[in-house]
Design a protein around this ligand. Sequence first.
Ligand code: NAD
Ligand code: G6P
Ligand code: MN
Length: 440
Amino acid sequence: MKQFSITIAGGGSTFTPGIIMMLLNHQEEFPIRRLCLYDNDRERQETIARACEILLKERAPQIDFGYTVNPEKAFTDTDFVMAHIRVGKYAMREKDEKIPLKYGVVGQETCGPGGIAYGMRSIGGILEILDYMEKYSPDAWMLNYSNPAAIVAEATRRLRPNSRIINICDMPLGIMVRMAKIMGLSETDLDISYYGLNHFGWWTKVKDREGNDLMPRLKEYVKENGYDINIETDQHADQSWHETFKKVRDVYAVDPDTLPNTYLKYYLCSDYVVEHTDPNYTRANQVMEGREKEVFTAARDIIQNNTAENCGFQADDHASYIVDLARALAFNTKQKMLLIVPNEGAIENFDPEAMVEIPCIVGKNGYEKINQGRIPQFQKGLMEQQVSVEKLVVEAWIEGSYQKLWQALTLSKTVPSASVAKQILDELIEANREFWPELK
Ligand code: NAD
Ligand code: G6P
Ligand code: MN
């Protein structure tokens, strides 16, 4: 079987060890000959990479492993770039979350003003990586799950329309694992229809392999519990995630014809979210004191003990969708997957020039979209507003336009008025001087 060369961009990410462990668990279906970590923060990456080096020496010595901050070295001779960068790191995520909250507005990694601020930082970082890949390995695929994926995807649609990049998110799959558990099935048993934007979508059908409609029973559960159900070794296991899954019942109540993505709570229940967030201790603080500490402590232990036996790294099995995507492209598996792709009529009564999240069939030549038909007025209205926010952010980034970014914030459903939008924007500009293009 063919063996592949992989570059992980954002080598210093808290998700890198889990992804590598997951890749090791899938060596039979997706064999690797070379694995290279790339980051632009040498020191942060070094800790993760040295620990992974020890791990790989013990568990897969045949893999040619390396790590570097040199793009030529990282992107030469690669088949797949798996990208999970965070431009500005957690220090900036914390500001994205806390600045809007000062004005009584949702402070979130990918939604509302925080997501807009993160988008303005991410676009340049992602384009840079894509350009390195095209320069050094023009036939490679970039599988991007760096956030905010909706804005990043729109930026690549506008600025690199012919690039081999596919944007993907784990949230729908994470929810489908929960749906399957509710039904006593495995997620591979589910056949679904779904449409929306990234972190902004709805299931319209959930069936089992025999074609039986599972929606009625799922709805009964969701009406009472949302998607809250106990799952071991889940990425979304923290208390705050439980609350998010529970809150789905209120989002569901607004449109009981569909089942919603968890992220809609930030738009449809924004007052509740603000009231239930501590403006001095947000999700970024939880992650810095939780996942980041755990992963870096485990890495330092491995380095100190010079062995990864009984180590604290845990396989991120939920991330096997990344292997599924790479395998589909490499081996033409024709797997049905939810991807973030140009609409071009797939949602019939929605902007053809929008990046939407819909099921696609993935094979050797990329993906084929599955048409999702016409969508109802409620979803259409929400999506038109949100996609306009995303497009205005990208236009603001390209043109260096203060006006368009102000419009983007003003249009966000999470923001109550143009004046609040302006105050938040002015503070975000100060905080992001190092990262954003200059706005005029
Ligand atoms: P992290 O801060 O731990 O890691 C990100 C790494 O990216 C850091 O080591 C940083 O130095 C590096 N980096 C920043 N800018 C870079 C650049 N221009 N070039 C190269 N490297 C750069 O973050 P994390 O919490 O592990 O998350 C990583 C990313 O994955 C985030 O964007 C997060 O939102 C995303 N994510 C997405 C999904 C999804 O559903 N799409 C799921 C999980 C995480
Ligand atoms: C989900 C989303 C990701 C997001 C992550 C945040 O998995 O799909 O896009 O980055 O949650 O999780 P965190 O634990 O960092 O808050
Ligand atoms: Mn996501």
